[in-house]
Structure formats: C-alpha cells, structure tokens
Design a protein around this ligand. Structure first.
Ligand code: SF4
Length: 238
C-alpha cells in the first residue's frame, strides 16, 4: 500500500471531514492493509485512548487480528490492571517488556532518552521481529502535539515495515466520541484528569493546550516522544 495524499491534503482533511467520514476512512485503511498483509498486520496497543480506539477499529475489520502491548517497570498500577483486563479479554494481545537491569534506578530522570530506548523502543523492535510484522498499526494523531505534525497515514520509515496511522486525522474529541458511542472501556486514569498516558514518573496531569504537555515535564523531552515513532524498528531485518 502507498500513501497518495499530500501533506497539505491531510492537513485540510483534519477539519474538512466529519466524524463519520473519518471513521469510514480509518476502517477503509485498515481493510486495505489487512487485505494486503493479513496476519502480518499487527496493532500496537499502548493502552491509551487512541490505542483502544484503533484496536476496536481493527477488530471490526479483522476480528482475528493480533496486537502487542509494550509495558515497562514504571507503568502506573492502574495501567497494569487495565492491561491485564485487556489481555484477558483479548488473548491475541502479546505483552513485551524489558526486565533487564538498567544503569540507574532513576534513569528516567538522568537519561530519559536512554530509558525510553531500553524500555520502550527495544521491546517494540522485539515485537516487530518475533511477531513477523510487516505492517504495524498505531494510534498516532497529527493534532496530538508539536511532535506529531509530520506524519502520513501510510508510512515506510523502515524499509520493509509499513506503519499505518489510521486515525491520524482524528481530533481528541473524536476519539472520545468514538469510544463513548461504542462503549469501549478506557484506562481509569483518564477519569483523574490525565490526557496522555505513559510511565508514572514521566506523566503528569496538565491543563495546557497541548495534549501531550504532561509528558516528561522538566526534561528535554517535555511534550515529546519516547522514540517508537522516530527510531528504526526493523533493525534485525534491515
Ligand atoms: S516514559 Fe519515562 S520511565 Fe518510561 S521508558 Fe520513557 S523515560 Fe523511562
């Protein structure tokens, strides 16, 4: 599959398409990917609202589709509990976690990029390798924050690995609209005021405009990325 929409077209579509049109577009993208890749299309699930919306969309298209969750030793207890509930309901969700020792118990404070690389990026690389993924489906959205404006719905940043971002054009409120209309369970931390969820030491409640403003506050990564959307993932086969 190939991206055939320009960056400017995508920017316009964010506000030109209505909610129902966006849902149809997302389902169409997933269907196209599943027809091409079959079982080698796998959904990444971070257990955040965008991921559970994408997982629900994927399941509508392909009930047998597989997924993976990357978790870390620093995830909040609520997220771990939610993860167990999700895996119980969907055993086809595999969990990947790096439990190896890290150079500093507070690595998230002293070297957050290294911490994310060891605990998030490397397990994603392992998931891609072990699950034989040729197309991974993500919950990335271009209105989510300053670091998420330069993406396409279909990307091939790693040779031989398609990244499908089927809800790229959705606004935050449209994600909640979809989840409410379809009665999709969400991580209970949202009820406490979080808008974007990650590891406990690096996630705060923030009422600032940027949806990801509560991530990595006080570090160079503030409002930024863990690296799974920016680092090479298919290293083993590249
Ligand atoms: S989000 Fe924080 S604790 Fe989690 S892997 Fe990244 S730096 Fe480490």
């Amino acid at each position: 599959m190939r991206e055939n929409t320009t960056a400017q077209d995508l920017k316009d579509l964010v506000d030109d398409l209505n909610f129902a049109q966006k849902v149809d577009r997302s389902l169409g993208l997933i269907k196209e990917a599943y027809e091409e890749f079959g079982d080698r299309m796998v959904a990444a699930n971070s257990l955040g609202k965008d991921s559970v919306a994408v997982w629900h969309l994927v399941k509508r298209v392909a009930p047998e589709a597989r997924g993976f969750i990357v978790t870390t030793r620093f995830k909040p207890a609520e997220t771990v509990k939610f993860m167990r509930e999700q895996v119980k309901r969907y055993p086809e969700l595999r969990i990947f976690k790096n439990d190896d020792p890290i150079p500093d118990p507070e690595l998230y404070r002293t070297a957050p990029d290294l911490c994310c690389n060891l605990l998030k990026v490397q397990p994603v690389q392992r998931a891609i390798e072990e699950m034989g993924v040729d197309c991974w489906v993500t919950g990335l959205r271009c209105t989510e924050g300053r670091t998420r404006t330069d993406y396409r719905e279909i990307e091939e940043r790693d040779k031989g690995l398609i990244k499908l971002n089927p809800i790229l054009l959705w606004h935050e409120r449209e994600v909640w609209q979809y989840l409410a209309l379809n009665q999709v369970p969400v991580n209970p931390l949202y009820a406490e005021g979080y808008r974007s969820l990650g590891c406990a030491p690096c996630t705060s409640i923030s009422s600032k405009g940027d949806e990801r403003a509560g991530r990595w506050i006080g570090t160079s990564k503030c409002g930024g990325e863990c690296g799974i959307h920016t680092r090479p993932l298919k290293t083993a086969k590249a």
